[in-house]
Write a protein that binds this ligand. Structure first.
Ligand code: ADP
Ligand code: MG
Length: 265
């Protein structure tokens, strides 16, 4: 049984605060979903949880099974069982994707004797052809191929908690169903806990979330059961923001004043 606890999390980039006190808890076997308008801080949340370097954490904590992760490098968070499927996975031409997955699996403690079989089995299950395992990581992969490969990594690595940042974006209906079904099976067979960021209720039909959270301007402004996603489909974020009396849904960087600009008179 594992638990990811994000509490009072604040983070900034270049002195501009993007996360402004986020609280969330995800336990093994649960699916939590974060929805929210563009620019509200969803990807930032995923990166800060995983430990990307260009964000400065200005407050709060991120704990996995009681252990503080803030301050640990990304690879140590991964070794403890945290996984991130990025919204825009990085391409690394020349470094074969299959080798990266195999190295990550060995580092995660998967028996080296079974790593290749496991990758092969997952590739078959997710319809990832061998050609993609031999190609550079995400090198000229289509959106769907990238997300299948992210899901393959997830399945091979068997993390405790996975953060999936728009794993459904750019997927056709078949790919969406393959990816969502594989993740759903992980929650049942391996007790995986999932924090899924998405815009689409159609992912939720397959993933069957326990909780939905709405992030606006760096804060969770509403949480509820699956019905909250239905409500959002009907009202949109603007409707919810109006109900809650929220003026800004997304974050707006203050416009720097140029002291040398021509005066307007
Ligand atoms: P979402 O994923 O909800 O669409 P993001 O977390 O990507 O939102 O971005 C939230 C805000 O923070 C945006 O205004 C974005 O431009 C800004 N931001 C995020 N990451 C960076 C970064 N590394 N450098 C500068 N600005 C950033
Ligand atoms: Mg995003």
């Amino acid at each position: 049984m594992s638990r990811l606890e994000v509490s009072g999390l604040r983070a900034a980039v270049d002195g501009f605060e993007i996360l402004r006190g986020v609280d969330l808890e995800v336990e093994s076997g649960q699916v939590h979903v974060v929805m929210g308008p563009n620019g509200s801080g969803k990807s930032t949340l995923s990166h800060v949880v995983m430990g990307r370097g260009d964000y400065t954490v200005t407050g709060g904590s991120v704990r996995l099974d009681g252990e503080e992760l803030l301050g640990l490098p990304t690879w140590q968070r991964a070794a403890r069982g945290l996984f991130l499927a990025m919204q825009y996975p990085v391409a690394v031409p020349g470094v074969p994707a299959g080798e990266v997955v195999a190295a990550a699996a060995r580092a995660r403690g998967v028996d080296p004797a079974v790593v290749l079989d496991r990758i092969g089995a997952e590739a078959a299950r997710l319809e990832v052809r061998d050609e993609f395992l031999a190609r550079g990581v995400n090198d000229e992969f289509s959106g769907g191929e990238q997300k299948r490969m992210e899901t393959l990594q997830l399945a091979v690595l068997e993390p405790r908690i996975a953060v999936l940042d728009e794993i459904d974006s750019g997927l056709d209906v078949d790919a969406l169903s393959d990816v969502a079904r594989r993740v759903e099976a992980m929650t049942e067979e391996h007790d995986l806990g999932v924090l899924a960021i998405t815009h689409y209720a159609r992912l939720l039909d397959k993933l069957r979330p326990d909780r939905i959270h709405v992030l606006m301007a760096g804060r969770i402004v509403a949480s509820g059961g699956p019905e909250l996603a239905q409500q959002l489909e009907a009202t949109g974020y603007e409707g919810l923001a109006a109900d809650l009396g929220i003026e800004e849904m997304s974050l707006r960087r203050p416009v720097a004043v140029d002291p040398f600009a021509e005066p307007g008179f």
